[in-house]
Design a protein around this ligand. Sequence first.
Ligand code: PEP
Ligand code: MG
Length: 561
Amino acid sequence: MSELRRLLTGIGVSPGTAVGPLVIVSPPPLAPADEAPTTDPEAAAVKVRETLAAVAAGLTAKAAVADAHAKPILEAGAMMASDPGLAIAIDGKLQAGKGITNAVTAAVEEYCAMFESLGGYMAERVTDLKDVRDRTVARLLGQPEPGVPELSEPSILAAHDLAPAETATLNVETCLGIITAAGGPTSHTAILAAQLGIPAVVQAAGILEVPLSTIVAFDGGVGEIIVDPTDDDKVQLAERKARRAKALAGGTGKGATKDGHPVALLVNIGTADDARKAAVKDVEGVGLFRSEFLFLDRETAPTVAEQTATYIEVFEAFGDRRVVIRTLDAGADKPLAFADLGHEDNPALGRRGIRLGAIRTDLLDDQLEALAAAYKATGADVRVMAPMIATRQEARWFAEKVRAVGLPKVGVMIEVPAAALRAFDVLSEVDFASLGTNDLGQYTMAADRMQGELATLLDPWQPALLDIIAYACDGGARTGHPVGVCGEAGGDPALALVLVGMGSPACRWHRARFPAVRTALSLHDLVRCQQMAAAARAAQGPVEAKRIVLEMADKILLDLL
Ligand code: PEP
Ligand code: MG
């Protein structure tokens, strides 16, 4: 066995296996400590503006050739580089005599602190802002912009954290996989890697100490990394890859347990482009259309006509298949410029989701009017649901509005513990509900879903989360109305079995990882799923819960993770 061989673990965020030489994305240049002070602030200000403009132009050029997911991220970076406020903040530092790269660094630091104090979505933007800083400092030092080097052979990239702009522009031919020391399951790196189909692991402590060009093998499903793998390791990984491909190739058609209980497999989408791509696949419809994703970068509210056109596009893409659309879930990590209610100390606990809809009824009314028009124009199977419902009264208020415009089916997200605990009451007002396990986990465990280091608390296998989900499913079952799942938890094939075991057979499913989920379902009957649910809930922690379920499952399930 090789002397260097060792195992590292992280959080698997994009499934798939990879073996290849490690390329470490070198850290960006720092502003030199011994930089000469600025003596001509006006001239330096001109140079800063020229440099920021060049950085913005570079990002804009990348955005022009990027796909629909990468584009807004690159454009956001370009927008930050073009922000006159940033240049003015740098002027202040130059006038105080700071050297030019130190002035940029200091001004960006202040901006970052401000964004971080705003929390949520704005705090996540700090990564984009630091990327702009690093590019600017490198240019001012006469160095190439930092980032992923040109890969001369297929390689695995390791980095502290990849900037969104870097991940978005990776070449899938040469980038075999991504391993980061930082980052979280909902970070841009994770989302974009999964979107590009590049296996990825985040929170992999020790990866940056591995020497350059060392061969590394890893599995982005389970988060296991083997440094300097043996031939045996490589064979095992290749076999696992082949077994996974074989297991996945078998399943097509509608989702059902082994004994035939139907479980609809539905995808989550955020744009009309997603809809077109997802609709050609073997899916039964859309489980969650995050309508706010259409408007994240808009300064002004979209008109009813604009919205109607987009909704028609999405509905037509799916023909007679169902489309579950969520009304605007703005606020907290998804602020919309045109729906800003001002500063809040705790935006995740503030006026977000339906609470914002109740204040800005104009936005909700316009959206419902557009949805009703698109429904009338297409006759599609449209189901409209509200985000962040906490009480029966909110559910009733929303249901009345939706029914008043002639939309046929109304539902709610169950992502606030109060709604889960009172699911019978809430579901008595509507036709269906969908469990938003991302927020339900965050609010149940009092752990910010954006904070990678809280990943253990946010693990969807936490027995407390499973208990609250079971409670919601029971409440829903008593009303006879289905309770589906649309949070990330539904994409874990093992957890999907547990969730089916807790819900009614009419329980519906939402998630882009449906081939693995479909295969997992087809291998287990409903009673087995129910036994797994009971065993997982009886466990003392998330790791034990998952281990017990995997022990009870068909061994093929291990290849689907
Ligand atoms: C959720 O909270 O689980 C969910 C699906 O909604 P979002 O991730 O958009 O908050
Ligand atoms: Mg949510």
